[in-house]
Design a protein around this ligand. Sequence first.
Ligand code: CA
Ligand code: CA
Length: 300
Amino acid sequence: MRARFVVAALAAALAIPAVLARVSGGDAGRPCSLQLVKLDTDGCTVVAADTAASGDAAGLWGSVDCADVSRQQRVARGGDPHTFATGRRQSNDAYRRVTVVDGDDFFGERCELGHNNLSEPTFARFEEGDRAVTFASFRFPRGFPLRSPMWQAVLQMKQTQPSANGGGAPILELDARDGRLMLFDNWHRVWSTPVRHRLWVRVALDVRYSQDPQRGTARIYVDANGDGDAGDRGERSRLFHLRTLKSETEGGTADDGIAPGEPIPSHLRAGIYHDPSYLCLPQRPCALHLDNVQVVEAGS
Ligand SMILES: [Ca+2]
Ligand SMILES: [Ca+2]
């Protein structure tokens, strides 16, 4: 009883929505139409968006988790040419460039956008029962080590702290390595497709969030050849039934706000987080280009 109260009180106190407040869309006259092979969610409600329209990444994402704030920069020209999630053009040609250099240590060698805290603002948070499509566009410049087999995340849906089971494997993760973009569930690789350098690759990840593998689903769409759709060979996965939220550790306490056995909300992170043995020299840092990120409500 106490545990349930704590969870309810925390949720009420924080007014945690299913995902963050709406940004745009939800046009009353048009139904929400998921056409994910076309990378389009016309008429749907966008709850979080970053097209690099401004330099304020920390304001949008809650935190720039990099060794130094200068590791994240807005570049004014050369951004992702793909449309916004709802089919309209982006309002700008800018993108974000994140870099890591050997020796960087922000809880590991990383430069990621996103704030890992259950009670503080972050870009997007996913809870039990939500269904959302997360879009993101990546470009792997020459300075991005795409061919190595070592682990290298570019996007995470990571269980949020504070929680006893918040550490360890992210429940969902996209890696770029071995020349491929790979989807992992709790460190188990479930799908991958070849990607290449110097091309904007757009990803849409359609997820039903649940700690119950019978209820959780994930399907990924990737425009790997940059022609504007996810309709080409190898550009979309089947529907996976799997656990898409972690559960709080059994036998713990509810003092952190999540009772044992309850689902832990995940938050979105994007950027580089990789094995520190990657060679990222100061004169040639490991760099990733990121643009056109949206989270779209997708019903049930
Ligand atoms: Ca942009
Ligand atoms: Ca394509």
